[in-house]
Design a protein around this ligand. Structure first.
Ligand SMILES: [Zn+2]
Length: 79
């Protein structure tokens, strides 16, 4: 299911927008980012909207994959 979301043209499009808006800087480690992380994971009902995406590097993306609480904390603070 998650795989399908990542192949969504909306995700591809918004991923680029989010990366460009943040100068390709990872939200977590401030390193160079080339991916977009879902704040609310797709498996938790998160979508591919810009509001649900954060610039993220490959290593942080794989490290944070299951740390939903960290992301929800960010989400609550932002909204
Ligand atoms: Zn990172």
């Amino acid at each position: 299911m998650a795989k399908k979301a990542y192949n969504d043209p909306l995700y591809q499009k918004n991923r680029k927008i989010v990366l460009e808006a943040n100068a390709y800087t990872c939200h977590y480690c401030k390193g160079p980012a080339n991916e977009a992380d879902h704040i609310i994971p797709v498996s938790f009902g998160g979508g591919n909207e810009i509001d649900n995406l954060l610039p993220c590097c490959k290593s942080c993306n794989s490290t944070r994959k299951n740390k939903t609480r960290v992301r929800l904390k960010y989400w609550n603070r932002k909204y």
